[in-house]
Ligand binder design. Structure first.
Ligand SMILES: Cc1ncc(COP(=O)(O)O)c(C=O)c1O
Length: 369
């Protein structure tokens, strides 16, 4: 029996044909970096997020490092959710900063505001705010105000959240800088890659200089310790075409999410994210949260054995070997939420019939617990 995958990149035939033409153009133009396609993809993200500047880079992780370098984070503390991706934390350490893990609100997957208040200190300089699974928590304005009131630089990790919106506000425009990922599983992929979005001209110029070995783009002088963090034209062209289809991509994800939500409505065992009218997640993932009495780990294994690929969102950061020495005081909601999470298959080519099969198998797996 062929399993239903958990995620799959989407390259419909028309897009593939366009990409082949673009790649041919890149090869014959002889310009493999910082050319037509890096300009185009940057323009796209400024348009999507209504921010003035976009800077394409090799990955979201590089973007996080660039943002942290920009504020010279070494020695400063950064508030980051325990329910986040490893490089949200390792990028802080790589730049000499001190990550401080904050708990999440299990209903909105964003910061627990009380814990955020508890963990801010005189040494705090920045916040990395993650729209986990592509969902923007309804507390977004309170997080923005918190950052403003404490004079903190707000880095929005929108790696999961291409095109996600709340009350008309788009992911990537809610902080001082937004960072997107084009990693293979993401809503938009270029193989790998990333992009920064910002209204801060100084940050955009810093990013442009540092992504090219720290070379001042006006004088040609090397004045910063940088790296080759620019996104080459091949990947920029793939990311550009993928992004041209973003709204089609999101529409299908939303249809699939709607079917899951209807099928799971009223379930005591499996709770879904609460979707307010003006909240439009990107549905990078479709997570359900198992009742605490369910052994989610065993249920995930049963579901996989039944031909449905699934996973927990992420392990809590402090359970990773690398981060076990970080303080993990008061992170119970992050632990419980992530450990009880199951990401069901979500990708554009998933059929309605397959969605029904997934839900049927999920209930069968529950009955076998
Ligand atoms: C929330 C989040 N942030 C950042 C990253 C890092 O992205 P990249 O692989 O583009 O460096 C990932 C995963 O890929 C992620 O899931």
């Amino acid at each position: 029996m062929k399993s239903i995958p958990n995620a799959r990149p989407w390259f419909p035939k028309k897009m593939r044909e366009e990409i082949i033409q673009d790649i041919d153009y890149v090869m014959s133009s002889g310009k493999l970096m910082l050319g037509k396609f890096s300009d185009l993809i940057e323009e796209q993200y400024s348009n999507i997020t209504s921010t003035k500047y976009s800077v394409s880079v090799t990955s979201a992780t590089a973007g996080l490092q660039i943002a942290l370098k920009y504020i010279n984070i070494a020695g400063g503390e950064v508030l980051v959710p325990a329910a986040s991706f490893i490089t949200d934390v390792s990028s802080i350490q790589m730049e000499g900063g001190i990550p401080v893990l904050v708990d999440i609100n299990p209903d909105t997957l964003t910061f627990d505001l009380e814990d955020l208040n508890k963990k801010v200190t005189k040494r705090t300089r920045a916040i990395i705010w993650v729209h986990l699974t592509g969902y923007i928590g309804k507390e977004y304005q309170r997080i923005q105000s918190f950052a403003k009131d404490h004079g903190l630089f707000l880095i929005e990790d929108a790696a999961h959240a291409h095109g996600a919106k709340i009350d008309g506000n788009v992911a990537g425009s809610l902080g001082d800088v937004g960072i997107f990922s084009f990693y293979p599983t993401k809503v938009v992929t270029a193989g790998t890659g990333g992009i920064l979005t910002t209204n801060d001209l100084a940050l955009a110029s810093f990013a442009r200089d540092i992504r090219l070995f720290g070379t001042n783009q006006n004088t040609g002088e090397v004045f910063l310790q940088g790296s080759d963090w620019f996104l080459d034209e091949f990947r920029s062209s793939v990311g550009y075409r993928q992004t041209r289809y973003l709204f089609e991509n999101l529409n299908r994800r939303r249809e699939i999410a709607q079917i899951y939500l209807e099928r799971l409505e009223g379930s005591v065992e499996f709770k879904c994210l609460d979707i307010a009218k003006a909240n439009f997640p990107s549905w990078f993932q479709f997570p359900v949260f198992c009742h605490p009495e369910i052994n989610a780990d065993s249920l995930r294994r049963t579901l996989i054995n039944k031909g449905v690929e699934c996973k927990q969102i992420y392990p809590p950061i402090h359970k990773e070997q690398l981060f076990r020495s970080l303080s993990h005081e008061g992170l119970e909601n992050s632990e419980q939420t992530l450990e009880q999470s199951i990401c069901l298959p979500m990708y554009v080519d998933l059929t309605n019939l397959e969605v029904d099969i997934v839900v049927e198998r999920l209930f069968e797996a529950r009955d076998q617990q």
